[in-house]
Design a protein around this ligand. Structure first.
Ligand SMILES: [Zn+2]
Length: 297
């Protein structure tokens, strides 16, 4: 999820007053992928919000994990290294979270490096296409953080566009738009295997959002992913409705999958606030996932 969101201060205040903000968040992004805050700032923010269990899950990189571990120690937060892998299954894109991984695992790092290269090659092709349409891109700002160049970053670097990067992205760089370039992605099977090699748990992120328009497919795909080794589902998610949460909760129970909870926080003034998911009165036993991550040895 890479879309920049608008502020919803009213909603936020209501939630804070109601005391429904939760203290565990296993899905957040730093500036090492497409988030706004540095890992240290992110941990500071978690501390301010009294979140005592956190996982950093940047897109296809673990480069921010070291900084987050150091900061989490300072703020007394129990921290789990993580990653959010972009992958593909039957031609459709999915996000699988790797929680509690060893972020120094050489197989994991090799694979992430390879896909970093794939993104860089794609960026060159996108920029070439944009130039063919008369757009100029400020190359000097791209890949500044860790060499990963996202489409949103390219949209932000387009000069003289007179529209916001979000709108530019939708018009020019989104799927089937004039400057869209397909990117090689790992399969869901490879992603789950890679997470297991690195000692982590594979959790399907925001499944009911990814399949929002095809919700009927969800039960079958959960079954298929479980057969591939999936460990859990992100049952509680900042953008889930009550119905979506109940569906995913039911599937986790039915298949004996771990339940995870995450905000998918990216931006300080975004819709998704840290810890800002709703339980909708459902049973969530966070110790289950916490213990499974702590036990990885
Ligand atoms: Zn995410």
């Amino acid at each position: 999820m890479t879309v920049k969101q608008k502020s919803t201060k009213v909603k936020k205040n209501k939630r804070e007053e109601a005391g429904t903000l939760t203290k565990k968040d296993f899905h957040m992004h730093s500036c090492y992928s497409d988030g706004e805050l540095s890992p240290a700032e992110l941990m500071r923010e978690c501390c301010k919000r009294k979140i005592n269990y956190a996982a950093l899950t940047d897109h296809d990189t673990v480069d921010g994990v070291g900084e987050a571990i150091a900061a989490a120690g300072e703020f007394d937060i129990q921290f789990f290294p993580g990653v959010e892998l972009s992958c593909i299954y039957n031609g459709r894109g999915f996000h699988i979270l790797g929680l509690g991984i060893d972020h120094r695992d050489p197989v994991l790092l090799d694979k992430l490096d390879y896909f970093k290269g794939v993104r860089a090659e794609r960026a060159v092709k996108i920029i070439k296409k944009l130039e063919e349409y008369g757009w100029n891109v400020d190359n000097s700002v791209l890949g500044k953080k860790d060499g990963i160049i996202t489409r949103m970053e390219i949209a932000e670097a387009v000069k003289d566009k007179a529209i916001s990067a979000d709108i530019f992205f939708d018009k020019w760089l989104g799927k089937n738009r004039p400057c869209f370039v397909k990117r090689e992605r790992m399969t869901v099977k490879e992603a789950i295997r890679l997470i297991h090699i690195a000692g982590g748990k594979a959790i399907w992120a925001h499944s009911a959002k990814t399949l929002e328009k095809d919700l009927g497919l969800l039960p079958r795909i959960v079954k298929e992913f479980k057969a591939l080794g999936l460990d859990g589902l992100e049952v509680f998610y900042s953008e889930y409705s009550e119905t979506q949460t109940k569906i995913v909760h039911g599937l986790a129970l039915e298949h004996g999958l771990l339940m995870s909870a995450g905000s998918d926080f990216h931006w300080v003034n975004g819709l998704r606030e840290l810890g800002g998911y709703d339980l909708y009165g459902l049973k969530f036993n966070p110790e289950e996932i916490i213990n499974s991550l702590s036990d990885r040895g």
